[in-house]
Write a protein that binds this ligand. Sequence first.
Ligand code: SF4
Ligand code: SF4
Length: 187
Amino acid sequence: MQPSLSPDFSFLQKAEAAGPFNAAECFQCRKCTNGCPASFEMDLFPDQVIRLAILGQKEEVLRSRTIWICASCETCSTRCPNGVRIAELMDYFKEMSIRTGVSPAQPHVASLHQTFLGNVRLTGRVFEGGLLPAWWLKSGQLGSKIRSGGIRNEMKMALKLFRKGRLATTPKTIKGKAEVGAILRSS
Ligand code: SF4
Ligand code: SF4
């Protein structure tokens, strides 16, 4: 971790106004990090993200791989003895990085989030049959999947799921589509 020389102490204040996430309660026990199933892929551990946020290290937090690797499993929030809402704070940091024009350190993950929300906007619920192809197209993975032949395995898997009735091939609009759309617009 290389702390920046100009900390932005309003960073956490703004986050807490959107939360609250109780980050200031953190006493660095690392229970969050020790339970995190995705920490092996992270460049900063969850407790370090919290510490850096408290220290106003906005750039380090928003440019980290960790905020995109986080799978929102909530293990950290459940384990935290001080009620720090770590998983929700990670989500907030994802949003902040997009809103402030920071390039996501994990662009494929960011494009999956965007594809997912776009997919839900269409019908009010996720249409699984269209989600992965749309993501591959958006993230530029479709070409490499076709060239490497990986698309064949994906198609075999899709066929298996379809035969078991686990993969819808046409989107179905839900009754509350307008309400879901309003929630997405307000967030
Ligand atoms: S578990 Fe909670 S108090 Fe402990 S380091 Fe993580 S955020 Fe801080
Ligand atoms: S919510 Fe994210 S940071 Fe927390 S334990 Fe799960 S993957 Fe790790």
